[in-house]
Design a binder for this molecule. Structure first.
Ligand SMILES: *[C@@H]1O[C@H](CO)[C@@H](O)[C@H](O)[C@H]1NC(C)=O
Ligand SMILES: *[C@@H]1O[C@H](CO)[C@@H](O)[C@H](O)[C@H]1NC(C)=O
Ligand SMILES: *[C@@H]1O[C@H](CO)[C@@H](O)[C@H](O)[C@H]1NC(C)=O
Ligand SMILES: *[C@@H]1O[C@H](CO)[C@@H](O)[C@H](O)[C@H]1NC(C)=O
Ligand SMILES: *[C@@H]1O[C@H](CO)[C@@H](O)[C@H](O)[C@H]1NC(C)=O
Ligand SMILES: *[C@@H]1O[C@H](CO)[C@@H](O)[C@H](O)[C@H]1NC(C)=O
Length: 371
């Protein structure tokens, strides 16, 4: 906008004013339903994303390019609808990695990282696998090398990766090894994921140490997406126990434990919250609050809804309602095929009426300032 050097007439200023007023008037009836403006703005030039601020410290050539960690711009085909991102799950072996890289329909590779051995490495190193596995035919290093090579050779079908770290030990080793073996910043999305706090339903799984996880990310990769979750007990883990709905949710205290941890670590990088589908269905107010209170991500934090297998009982109608209430521009959908089909989100509007209005408002303000 600022490129236009010719001075605009008063007439165009008046026109912009009329537009602004019209948008304001239109937006009033919807305000009550909306997330606060700073939570829904898709980043105007008034509030540069923290990722972009830290990019300035990266090699100068990169500063001019789009931020490769911005998933929506890395995959322009999804047109800002984060639920359209496609996933391969548990890409923890050579065979699955080869298949996933070769599948042009897949955008993100989700994979688990544990300490273990490979036929080539008798010493324990970060390898791809899910506990209780401690052997694999694919080390994390080899996994990443393959993705880098694929992305270099196949620009049209580049992939991003979400690495799910199963312990603080493997995470710290992995980050150190990444720093040594992959100079510079990744030019594709890399998400660092872990369950860092205890969550529903009274899960007794040990979380990954929150303070250490956040401190290391901030120190070594302050521009990468943090995918942060809570431990959960649902699906198979419930056995035949029935749980009252009041417990099957992310409650206020659970949500606050996360924002407290982020505040304590003074995190400024992009954040997505990994949330289990069954609980998302019962936690709309709490999750809205969580996104609103994530000041660290400049109001641009997102959710990534995941689910396990068919033993994950989910109230599909309520889940769909809540995803749409938060907006498809704020929710990644990493669930099984069957649940995705039931949700049938493709036919729904991108974002809530409220956030569309906020976006229009932001555009009008940018325009007004540029004139
Ligand atoms: C890669 O995909 C193509 C078709 O998309 C298929 O013909 C080929 O066999 C695949 N290769 C591997 C190694 O899976
Ligand atoms: C790997 O797991 C097996 C089976 O659970 C166990 O016996 C073995 O001690 C583990 N190896 C290491 C190095 O932890
Ligand atoms: C790779 O593709 C993206 C769009 O998909 C494009 O913006 C970029 O310039 C391409 N890079 C190269 C090196 O061809
Ligand atoms: C979870 O723990 C709380 C506090 O100990 C207890 O009151 C509640 O009944 C438990 N809920 C379930 C479903 O186990
Ligand atoms: C729940 O399962 C356990 C075994 O896993 C069984 O002993 C118990 O009878 C079951 N309870 C009900 C109410 O079905
Ligand atoms: C959003 O956050 C602001 C600032 O912390 C707070 O004043 C406001 O009440 C919050 N709104 C909601 C809906 O939680």
């Amino acid at each position: 906008m600022a490129r236009h050097s010719s001075s605009p007439s008063l007439w165009t200023r008046a026109q912009a004013g009329v537009l602004l007023v019209a948008v304001l008037v239109l937006s009033v009836p919807h305000q009550a339903e909306s997330l606060p403006a700073d939570a829904a703005l898709p980043g105007t030039d008034a509030s540069p994303a923290p990722a972009m601020q830290t990019m300035a410290a990266a090699p100068a050539a990169r500063a001019q390019e789009a931020d490769p960690q911005d998933v929506a711009s890395f995959f322009p085909g999804i047109k800002g609808d984060l639920t359209k991102l496609t996933w391969a799950h548990a890409v923890n072996s050579r065979d699955l990695l080869a298949k996933s890289l070769n599948d042009s329909g897949i955008m993100m590779l989700e994979a688990d990282v544990v300490l273990g051995t490979t036929p080539e490495s008798p010493n324990q190193v970060p390898v791809m696998g899910h506990p209780p596995m401690n052997t694999s035919d694919l080390s994390l290093q080899e996994f990443l090398r393959s993705v880098v090579t694929h992305n270099t050779d196949n620009n049209a079908t580049r992939k991003g990766v979400k690495l799910d770290f199963k312990s603080i030990g493997v995470y710290e080793k992995a980050i150190d090894s990444l720093k040594q073996n992959f100079a510079g910043v990744p030019d594709f999305p890399v998400w660092l994921n872990a369950d860092i706090l205890p969550g529903p339903v009274n899960s007794t799984n040990t979380p990954v140490d929150a303070a250490r996880f956040l401190a290391k990310a901030k120190a070594e990769y302050p521009y990468l997406m943090l995918s942060l979750g809570w431990t959960t007990r649902w699906g198979k883990a419930l056995g035949n126990e029935t749980v009252p709905t009041a417990f099957a949710k992310y409650n206020e205290q659970t949500v606050k434990s996360m924002t407290d941890a982020l505040d304590a670590a003074q995190i400024t990088q992009p954040i997505t919250y990994a949330v289990r589908a069954a609980f998302v269905a019962n936690s709309l107010d709490e999750l809205k609050m969580l996104l609103n209170e994530t000041h660290q991500a400049s109001g641009k934090a997102t959710l990534t809804v995941w689910s396990s297998d068919e033993t994950d009982i989910v109230n599909v109608a309520q889940l769909k309602n809540n995803i749409l209430a938060i907006g498809k521009d704020r929710v990644f959908l990493d669930v099984g095929e069957e649940l995705a089909k039931q949700l049938d989100l493709a036919s729904s509007a991108l974002s809530t009426c409220a956030s569309v209005v906020t976006t229009l408002l932001a555009c009008a303000m940018v325009l007004f300032r540029a004139l």
